[in-house]
Design a protein around this ligand. Structure first.
Ligand code: KG4
Ligand code: ZN
Length: 356
């Protein structure tokens, strides 16, 4: 069974083909250079770019893989959560394609897809603990199966990725700052006491990372020498740039990322009161972070559980995770009809599959 996956929930347009043997091919267009000019995603620009790119990207995917539209058995598309305008482009495109070709449609929950793509290269055991950390989401999920997941906790304000991006911006790094902060932090020494573990003095599974920004801003006021020089727009941030940054900035970055990763571990530990996972999965853009990876690896070792993180290229938004999740749903006989709608961030995504 050949499944086309379409992702357009935020600022990446990604399409991919997955079949019984795994990944067949993928294409992707990132809008980072456009939104970097504004220091964050501008929703109207994002949807316009999706609309401009989605058709040519499908043509490229088919040309690259030597497949024809008629070879496709299912069209899987991100239905939410995300930016409504961006989602609508993908959903309308998928519905039009489905209507024109009679290929059945499947709407995919973007958050589930982030976690499930770990199964493309690993054999996941359920129930699993899912730790989803991205620019827009920080969720702890009880994954009973690929088709049944419960949100145990989530961020009440900023996501972990947002906290990284904001600190990056304060230091003078370009948008999105998370990956740059990680690079800078590689040259730093961790001071475990420098930053708080926000919203951990309670017994729930939720997060609140907005306090990290306040802590970072106060720290920066006390240590203005940590501010980095701005590079002219378009100039590359080389390894040499990070090496030459002030030591205090490197140490601040390392301590900040350590505190974020530690906060994730503190909350993940609590989940074991709720259920006994068979494995731990971490996914989303922030799963690419070296501190998050290493601290969660240690945590999983301590619990004697397998720990899975999708490959870095599968971590940030992409069409592969949608195609793979669509494939899993299609295996169960699930599909949607043309009444499928896009669901914006903050609204629940129903499990309203039709089945045959
Ligand atoms: O999953 P994703 O691509 O998009 C969303 O659905 O949000 O995640 C993007 C987020 C951004 O906040 C970005 O800064 C962060 O992931 N990110 C990182 C790293 N790579 C990407 N944060 C920390 N360290 C990294 N290495
Ligand atoms: Zn995402």
């Amino acid at each position: 069974m050949l499944v086309l996956g379409i992702e357009s929930s935020c600022d990446d347009t990604g399409l991919a083909l997955v079949d019984d043997s795994g990944l067949i091919g993928s294409v992707m267009a990132s809008q980072v250079p456009i939104h970097a000019l504004f220091g964050g995603v501008v929703p109207e620009l994002a949807s316009r770019e999706h609309a401009r790119l989605i058709g040519p990207l499908l043509d490229k995917l088919l040309a690259d893989t030597g497949k024809k539209i008629t070879d496709i058995d299912r069209i899987a598309v991100t239905r939410g959560p995300g930016l409504l305008g961006s989602l609508l482009v993908g959903v309308q495109f998928a519905k039009s394609l489905s209507l024109a070709t009679s290929i059945p449609l499947i709407g995919v929950n973007h958050l589930h897809a982030h976690l499930l793509v770990a199964g493309l290269e690993n054999s996941l055991a359920f129930p699993a603990l899912g730790i989803l950390v991205s620019g827009g989401h920080t969720h702890l999920m009880q994954m009973e199966s690929p088709f049944s997941m419960k949100v145990l906790g989530k961020t009440l304000d900023d996501a972990a990725g947002e906290a990284c991006d904001k600190f990056g911006k304060m230091l003078g790094l370009p948008y999105p700052g998370g990956a740059y902060l990680d690079k800078l932090a590689q040259y730093g020494t961790i001071n475990t006491k420098l930053f708080p573990r926000p919203y951990t003095k309670n017994d729930n599974y939720d997060f609140s990372f907005s306090g990290m920004k306040t802590a970072a801003s106060l720290w920066l006021q006390e240590n203005p020498e940590a501010k980095l020089p701005l590079l002219p727009l378009g100039e590359k941030y080389s390894e040499e740039f990070f090496q030459n940054c002030p030591q205090i900035a490197k140490d601040g970055a390392a301590s900040y990322l350590y505190a974020i990763a530690d906060t994730l571990v503190i909350k993940a530990k609590r989940v074991f009161k709720e259920f006994q996972p068979q494995c731990i999965i971490c996914a989303g853009g922030v799963a690419a972070n070296s501190f998050v990876r290493s601290q969660l690896t240690d945590f999983a070792k301590e619990k004697n559980l397998p720990f899975y993180v999708p490959k870095i290229s599968f971590c940030s938004d992409n069409g592969i995770m949608i195609a793979y999740t669509g494939y899993l749903l299609a295996q169960k006989g699930y599909f949607h009809d043309l009444t499928l709608s896009a669901i914006a961030r903050g609204k629940p995504i129903p499990q309203d599959y039709l089945q045959k």
